[in-house]
Design a protein around this ligand. Structure first.
Ligand code: 3H9
Length: 700
């Protein structure tokens, strides 16, 4: 039996329909571009065909070039004989008929067609910058000609997906079909309508004009966000070329700028992140036929900062959600905080007032357990102490229907112990959100021993349904994200004992690419929160490495921004951290009391002290089988802690230094600093075989 071709030509009277069939998303994989060219040539040579339609089978038009082919040396068609060139040379009109996604090379092909129509749910965009490259199929030259340089700069530098109705307004699409229209039928009719129009409208023949100042303004506006990156700047340079050079020269310039990016570390890291984010959804040890329950009636227990943020996440994605708290007063305070958070987004311009009202109307404050007993999923987000959570779970088990799922937002407590309070441990799991819960993308799903596959699949799907990236973690103190981050948190304070200052460490981490330094983040979250966990761990483990400087600040009531002082001091009503001589004095005093010799640190040493400690712990977590893959840890760091995406993630970044170098440094620090730096067995094994950290698997 011969395989179905990846591109085929079907004749509908005088219209040739060219159909791409390369599942799952019609990327331009091997043979696809060649197939499109063959079909175009055939149709052009067929005197009975007057016009063509280009469309995709399955769920999408064309999602872009095959990302797996980048950096592999896979041969590409040379400029002059690519699909875009064949479309430009076509003597008959071609209509791109778009559903699903027309992204990257998909939109570039559509823009080389003569007309573009789409169903209303379609999305178009040039997201190449998100994988560290630029649209290298003429996108940087055609989009400015089609929609204007400002629009092109916005779309190409942000990589955002544009819904079809907006794309029509921007001039990218000629027509958006009425809802429910059959795309193929409509596209054929459209092709017949335009078949005789000459000259053929080619985007390449248009002109792109811009005020030259917009390019520098754009460079300036992205300077902070795009620091350490090259792709966004090359994108701007390519659009600039579209406005200053003739089309063919612009294409050459685009190609040169593309070539600078494809094999750079930035692109490698971003490609890795793209695939890691897809891999993380896969749960290899669950039965293949397990289906998540399609919940409809969520409830949140606890209207504190986290509970409120979780309720907002449900409301933001269209769910009516009930929220309750122990007292009417806390519930009112929680609802006020939710309102204020939404109002801030409206003020910033990121949310429309009427959308805020719609979302608020979906959040229903309720007085007691009786009001939530019909809900099918509950996320508990009460105070982070077992003696507070246990009675809540016992009560939930009593009042909720037997099929309801009970999830906890605990960030560290033993989920087996909590599940065992109920008579339905198979329906209990952890759903650990990151603060602020309505903003941070990570949802860490924690797996108690008795949770059923359906429960785990439901918790993972819950995250996806409210716009999160769900990642599975084993039930271990701090789970995977916080546990792998914990040594970093200790090490940053230990560095102070040895002579660093908070502002020095923060600068190193911001220069590395974090949006904020870890001490400034600590002040934002509240230093009292970490203190609770430290107390608990110190009580459980006599060898626990105490952090006297951090404890001292908390003792003094320096809880961070909320008290006007923490690692930094803050002016009233202002969130800007100011280095505080009082903190420097405390550090000096504690270091002297501890008898720690003071010295200078290089930026590199600070960076490695923080991150290597976490690499070692991540290896230990994998060794214990508490995470599926090293790349899952990376996804957690990207979406839970703001690790710079263009560095791939913790383990990918460490691979750039080399597993043997990482191991040797950790072993040296083990000699110098003692047990807390003991290299994990897995790390040692990986170093011995020179196996990249990102390939580490449980027990490998
Ligand atoms: C480009 O076009 C360069 C050009 O300028 C030309 C230069 C010369 N390649 O995300 P999903 C896989 S650059 C390879 O779960 P969704 C994905 O890994 C490209 N594979 O589905 C997954 O595989 P698996 C510009 C791809 O519905 C499966 O498809 N385009 C590609 O949530 C399903 O994906 C982009 O950057 C690809 N291009 O989201 C678009 N795309 O099942 C990248 C997907 O084995 N893609 N796969 O895990 C996306 O943003 C999303 O996949 C999309 C669908 C929105 C399309």
């Amino acid at each position: 039996m011969s395989e179905a071709p990846v591109v085929r030509l079907e004749k509908e009277g005088d219209v040739g329909v060219i159909i791409v069939n390369y599942p799952p998303v019609n990327a331009l994989g091997p043979g696809v571009s060649e197939g499109i060219i063959d079909c175009l040539n055939q149709a052009n040579a067929d005197p009975s065909i007057k016009a063509m339609v280009l469309m995709g089978d399955g769920r999408s038009f064309i999602a872009g070039a095959d990302i797996r082919g980048f950096g592999t040396g896979r041969k590409r068609l040379p400029i002059g004989s690519r699909t875009y060139d064949v479309l430009d040379a076509s003597t008959k009109p071609v209509v791109a008929a778009i559903h699903g996604y027309a992204l990257g090379g998909g939109l570039e092909n559509a823009m080389a067609c003569h007309y573009r129509i789409a169903v209303p749910s379609a999305k178009v965009g040039l997201p190449e910058v998100l994988i560290g490259i630029l649209p290298g199929g003429g996108g940087t030259q055609r989009l400015p000609r089609l929609a204007g340089p400002e629009v092109a700069l916005d779309l190409i530098v942000s990589g955002r997906h544009v819904p079809a109705p907006e794309a029509k307004q921007l001039g990218i699409l000629d027509e958006v079909l009425p809802d429910g229209t059959d795309l193929r039928t409509a596209a054929i009719a459209y092709a017949r309508k335009i078949a005789d129009i000459r000259p053929l409208p080619r985007v390449r023949d248009k002109e792109a004009k811009a005020d030259p100042a917009i390019f520098d303004a754009k460079r300036k506006s992205i300077a902070r966000r795009a620091r350490n990156q090259k792709a966004p700047y090359n994108c701007i340079a390519a659009v600039e070329a579209a406005c200053t050079l003739p089309f063919d020269e612009g294409i050459q310039r685009e190609q040169a700028l593309f070539a600078e990016l494809e094999n750079a570390d930035e692109a490698k890291a971003l490609r890795y992140a793209f695939f890691a984010e897809r891999e993380v959804a896969k749960l290899p040890d669950l039965p293949a036929d397990v289906r998540p329950y399609d919940f409809q009636r969520p409830a949140v227990i606890g209207a504190g900062t986290m509970g409120g943020g979780i309720a907002m996440s449900f409301a933001d994605f269209g769910y009516d959600v009930k929220i309750m708290d122990a007292s009417a007063e806390s519930l009112n305070r929680g609802m006020d905080r939710i309102r204020t958070n939404y109002a801030t987004s409206v003020k910033r311009g990121s949310l429309a007032q009427d959308e805020m009202e719609r979302r608020l109307a979906r959040i229903h404050p309720v007085a007691g357990y009786d009001d939530i007993k019909d809900c099918d999923v509950v996320v508990e987000a009460v105070f982070e102490r077992m003696d507070v959570k246990k009675p809540v779970f016992a009560k939930l088990d009593e009042v909720m229907g037997p099929d309801a799922f009970l999830f906890s937002n605990t960030s560290a407590l033993d989920m087996d112990e909590l599940a065992d309070v109920t008579k339905r441990p198979e329906k209990v799991a952890g759903t650990h959100f990151f603060s602020p819960a309505n903003v941070m993308k990570l949802l860490e799903v924690v797996r108690p021993a008795k949770a059923s596959p359906e429960t785990l699949a439901t918790a993972m799907a819950l995250g996806r349904k409210i716009g999160k990236i769900s990642a599975m973690a084993g039930n271990t103190d701090g789970f995977v994200a916080n546990r792998s981050r914990a040594p970093f948190n200790s090490e940053m304070v230990i560095l102070l004992e040895e002579g660093c200052l908070p502002e020095q460490v923060d600068k190193v981490m911001v220069d590395f690419g974090y949006p904020m330094g870890p001490f400034a983040v600590g002040d934002l979250a509240g230093l009292d929160i970490g203190a609770e966990g430290r107390k608990r761990r110190a009580a459980a483990n006599p060898n626990y490495r105490k952090l006297p400087i951090a404890d001292k600040l908390v003792e003094m009531g320096r809880y961070g921004q909320k008290t006007g002082a923490g690692w930094y001091r803050y002016e009233k009503g202002d969130r800007t951290p100011h280095p505080d001589p009082e903190v420097a004095a405390i550090i000096k005093q504690v270091a002297a009391e501890m008898g720690v010799p003071q010295r200078q640190f290089t930026d590199e040493e600070i960076l490695r002290r923080l991150l290597f400690s976490s690499v070692n712990e991540a290896c230990r977590i994998l060794e214990e089988g508490k995470a599926y893959r090293a790349s899952d840890v990376d996804v957690m760091w990207l979406h839970g802690f703001g690790f710079p995406r263009y560095r791939g993630g913790l383990m990918f970044w460490a691979d750039g230094i080399g597993v043997r170098n990482v191991y040797n440094q950790i072993a040296a620090w083990h000699q110098q600093y003692g047990e807390r730096w003991a290299p994990s067995k897995l790390l040692r094994d990986l170093a011995e075989t020179n196996t990249p950290l990102r390939e580490a698997r449980p027990g490998s």
